[in-house]
Design a protein around this ligand. Structure first.
Ligand code: HEC
Ligand code: HEC
Ligand code: HEC
Ligand code: HEC
Ligand code: HEC
Ligand code: HEC
Ligand code: HEC
Ligand code: HEC
Ligand code: HEC
Ligand code: HEC
Length: 325
């Protein structure tokens, strides 16, 4: 062995000696290494999402697919807005206790109102949920997690807990039967969704309907009925509007889900639908009242029973006051 290399080894050993001594003088603290070094805990007790992986590998490893993953990778956000802790709250106590439901915001034990408040810290501003606090669902304690599943959603869109129609039917069992009527919108067949007409997050009382029964209609079209998204020919405006359509709304003559009657009408015959209003009751022929058909209408004559055989533009007309063309 050449002497030069021996010298080098001696020098290296000498240089390391103080470190070795220091290490011997200060043994590592007893017990396991803390999961999160104290200096990286943020004010408020936020520990970051990395550490959650240790004990919750399933939730963590699936999270990259989640729309909320964006916050996990966005370092410019406040710690309270980032990753797991944006919903579950600060994790410090939870980590120190090595788990437990009482040490973190565990949705399985939260009150509906607490769940709502958690989600609305971020989702409260958007238009479609502006009325969520007074929606029929919220007042009945049906909140975000009744319909959405953050970690186990089977749907690619909107993190629903189930496919939409099945989700709604879990509670609205009677509605399934309505969509199985002889005449119906093909919701059960998958051509349409409940949310084509309803906003499950609530809607404001619409002005197109004088009787204020909102039924959580989708107001994506402003004050227009959602029906007009698809039935555009009924939209108008028409030179001659039929007040029944414009003021009372489509459901004054149609059953929106399904019906035993053709054209989803509320009554088996057309004239019965018309005579709900055009029946001579009320305040007279014109003006405020509903006009009564002229004496020439002989209701004993079957020809007059199908009112729409003459009044073919019953949804509104650009050519005739009486909707005859
Ligand atoms: C957008 C809000 C949100 C974020 C972000 C979030 N969670 Fe959750 N977490 C929930 C909700 C809500 C539940 C209740 C179950 C459900 O609805 O899916 C839950 C449930 C859990 C559960 C219990 C699982 C069970 O089956 O009961 C664990 C564990 C969990 N989350 C860990 C995490 C971890 C780890 C992260 C980060 C990778 C995370 N969560 C991010 C909202 C969130
Ligand atoms: C040292 C292991 C450990 C670490 C690290 C850890 N947890 Fe937990 N966590 C647990 C245990 C154990 C439970 C209790 C499970 C039970 O009681 O069913 C739990 C429960 C939870 C629950 C309650 C689930 C429910 O029932 O609703 C949530 C939410 C949760 N953890 C989120 C997190 C988040 C977020 C992090 C990261 C900041 C994290 N955990 C880090 C061990 C851990
Ligand atoms: C009664 C069931 C139900 C409840 C309760 C509910 N949602 Fe939804 N949510 C849905 C359905 C269904 C969709 C999908 C709508 C679609 O496909 O057009 C959706 C879509 C969404 C979307 C994505 C589309 C959008 O409108 O931006 C977000 C975000 C959302 N919900 C958040 C929430 C939050 C936050 C809460 C609680 C404050 C909540 N939801 C409560 C059923 C519900
Ligand atoms: C820290 C803020 C924050 C919190 C808290 C939060 N979200 Fe979100 N959420 C977001 C962001 C950001 C997106 C992504 C929006 C986008 O992609 O445009 C999102 C998207 C969604 C979507 C839409 C998914 C899609 O496919 O369009 C749903 C549904 C949703 N969140 C539900 C919830 C529920 C339920 C809660 C409560 C358990 C919740 N969020 C809590 C920020 C948050
Ligand atoms: C967890 C149960 C539950 C789920 C899931 C649910 N609902 Fe509801 N829904 C209710 C309750 C409870 C009410 C309030 C009581 C009532 O009016 O029947 C309600 C009310 C409504 C109303 C208003 C009824 C009225 O008389 O004005 C509509 C519309 C509605 N839900 C549609 C939906 C749609 C669409 C879905 C699926 C996206 C859905 N619901 C999912 C429980 C649920
Ligand atoms: C074609 C549009 C449309 C579709 C699709 C639709 N609804 Fe409706 N729904 C309405 C209208 C309009 C009303 C109000 C009816 C009235 O005023 O008589 C209503 C009323 C309701 C009501 C309250 C009255 C009742 O009958 O109990 C519930 C609950 C409801 N819908 C649930 C659903 C569910 C669940 C789905 C999907 C499976 C769905 N709706 C799909 C238009 C629709
Ligand atoms: C998402 C699009 C869509 C929306 C929204 C919609 N419909 Fe329809 N509607 C259809 C389609 C498509 C048909 C054809 C019937 C089928 O699906 O078999 C139809 C059929 C009808 C029929 C029967 C037509 C016939 O020839 O028998 C009536 C009446 C009707 N809709 C009224 C309404 C009313 C009222 C609303 C609002 C409460 C509405 N629709 C909302 C798509 C829609
Ligand atoms: C005054 C009662 C009344 C109102 C209100 C009404 N309809 Fe109708 N609708 C009818 C009658 C009656 C028929 C059947 C016409 C026939 O026998 O040819 C019909 C037929 C239909 C049809 C199928 C035939 C066609 O013309 O396309 C659709 C779709 C329809 N209505 C949609 C709507 C929509 C959407 C609204 C609301 C904007 C609405 N209706 C409001 C009475 C009404
Ligand atoms: C919900 C109540 C209602 C129903 C149902 C209804 N109408 Fe009307 N109808 C009205 C009102 C209100 C007016 C307008 C009164 C006014 O402008 O002074 C009107 C106007 C008319 C007019 C024009 C009268 C004029 O002098 O300009 C005709 C024609 C008419 N309706 C035919 C029908 C037919 C046919 C049906 C059945 C398919 C029908 N209506 C169903 C309420 C209704
Ligand atoms: C054979 C064709 C025909 C049938 C069927 C028919 N109408 Fe008419 N209706 C007319 C004509 C034409 C007018 C125009 C005024 C007149 O000449 O009487 C009219 C006018 C009206 C008016 C307006 C009256 C006014 O003075 O403002 C109403 C309301 C009306 N019809 C309702 C109905 C109802 C409801 C039915 C079904 C029970 C019906 N019509 C069936 C041809 C018909």
């Amino acid at each position: 062995m050449p002497p030069g290399s021996l010298n080098l080894r001696r020098i290296a050993l000498l240089a390391l000696t103080p470190l070795i001594l220091a290490a011997q003088a200060q043994p590592p603290p007893p017990g396991p290494k803390p999961l999160v070094p104290p200096e990286s805990i943020k004010p408020g007790g936020f520990v970051g999402s990395q550490v959650c992986r240790t004990c919750h590998p399933v939730e963590t490893s699936n999270f990259f697919k989640n729309p909320h993953n964006k916050s996990l990778v966005n370092a410019s956000l406040e710690p309270s807005q980032q990753g797991c802790e944006s919903c579950h709250g600060p994790g410090q106590k939870h980590i120190e206790a090595h788990g437990g439901k009482a040490t973190i915001r565990a949705f399985s034990v939260l009150e509906p109102k607490q769940i709502l408040d958690t989600c609305l810290t971020c989702h409260g501003q958007t238009m479609s949920r502006a009325n969520i606090r007074r929606s029929n669902h919220t007042t009945a304690d049906v909140v975000c997690t009744s319909c959405h599943s953050i970690h186990k959603s089977p749907t690619p869109k909107a993190l629903l807990a189930k496919r939409q129609t099945e989700l709604c039917y879990t509670c609205h069992t009677d509605v399934r039967a309505q969509f199985s009527m002889p005449f119906k919108h093909r919701v059960n067949e998958g051509f349409m969704n409940c949310s084509d007409c309803h906003n499950p997050h609530g809607g404001s009382p619409p002005t197109w309907r004088t009787a204020s029964r909102p039924h959580m209609m989708d107001l994506g079209l402003g004050n227009e009925e959602p029906c007009l998204k698809c039935h555009v020919d009924k939209r108008g405006p028409f030179v001659f509007e039929h007040a029944a359509v414009r003021v009372d709304g489509c459901e004054s003559c149609h059953q929106p889900h399904g019906s035993a009657n053709a054209r989803l009408l509320r009554t088996p015959t057309t004239f019965a639908t018309c005579l709900q209003c055009h029946n001579g009751a009320g305040s007279g022929r014109t003006g405020k009242g509903v006009p009564l058909q002229t004496p020439g209408h002989n209701l004993a004559d079957p020809r007059f029973h199908n009112c729409t055989s003459c009044h073919i533009r019953v949804h509104g007309s650009n050519a005739d006051q009486y909707f005859l063309r």
